[in-house]
Design a protein around this ligand. Structure first.
Ligand code: URA
Length: 243
């Protein structure tokens, strides 16, 4: 990889800016001052340093976001702030994208990455990656609903795959139920449509997990961090590459 690309990819600025750092003699390769932006860096072998501090090149990024209400799961949008805008200050130099979509008002677990293979596998219908949501439902959810979810619901244009619905708490006074539901596909507005099919409305929807990846509940809404080693291990069977 060219030295100027290496430096731009690791967040040292635009190609033009990093060329300046090189011409100022601030960059070294294996202890020797690097004089040209087109020098070749061998990622596995060479040690590149800025003012003597080694720079670690990271190819793939995996960021767990506790998505807040009001931003959209896209890379860019004219009207709304996107999840990528949300993390841009820290990841300006990386081409992140969200793994799947949450509605604008859905909160919770969203993985951002630049590893297309991982995203493809996590979203592939063939892989049947379960997604668990916690939700507040307007109306009293019943055992009949639990059974209907387990059989699959007719949503008009398709029948949902069997889903596991668990009733957590029923508030008969205000007519609300808190539930957890695990679905095995990810069609547009899927959970909302499933509840509509049994005559109820989703008031609050929060994604708790996607496959083996569980939201770190210590992350406040809107907070994000890179995956930890054990979380990365869990996603290796789905194509996560740690380099
Ligand atoms: N189901 C929905 O209805 N909305 C989401 O954001 C995710 C799943």
């Amino acid at each position: 990889m060219r030295l100027d690309k290496f430096l731009a990819d690791t967040g040292f600025g635009t190609r033009k800016e990093v060329k300046k750092l090189i011409s100022q003699g601030l960059i070294s390769i294996n202890g020797e001052m690097a004089k040209k932006p087109n020098l070749h860096v061998k990622l596995q072998e060479d040690s590149v340093a800025y003012l003597g501090d080694e720079i670690h090149y990271q190819t793939y990024y995996y960021v767990m976001l506790n998505k807040p209400d009001g931003i959209i799961s896209a890379t860019e949008d004219r009207e709304y702030e996107t999840v990528i805008d949300w993390v841009a200050l820290d990841y300006e130099h990386v081409d992140l994208f969200p793994v799947g979509r949450l509605d604008i008002d859905t909160t919770g677990l969203l993985l951002l990455t630049n590893n297309g293979q991982l995203a493809h596998q996590l979203l592939s219908p063939k892989k049947d990656v379960p997604k668990t949501y916690h939700a507040l439902i307007e109306g009293i959810v019943t055992e009949d609903d639990v059974e209907a979810f387990s059989k699959g619901l007719d949503l008009g244009d398709f029948t949902s795959k069997p889903a596991e619905l668990v009733i957590h708490e029923i508030d008969t006074e205000i007519g609300q139920t808190s539930i957890a539901v695990t679905i095995h596909e990810g069609k547009f507005h899927q959970v909302k449509r499933m509840f509509e099919a049994v005559g109820k409305t989703v008031e609050v929807l929060h994604r708790h997990s996607m496959g083996p990846l569980v939201l770190d509940e210590t992350l406040e809404l809107g907070a994000y961090r890179e995956l930890k080693i054990d979380e990365k291990e869990l996603l290796k069977p789905y194509g996560l590459i740690d380099e």
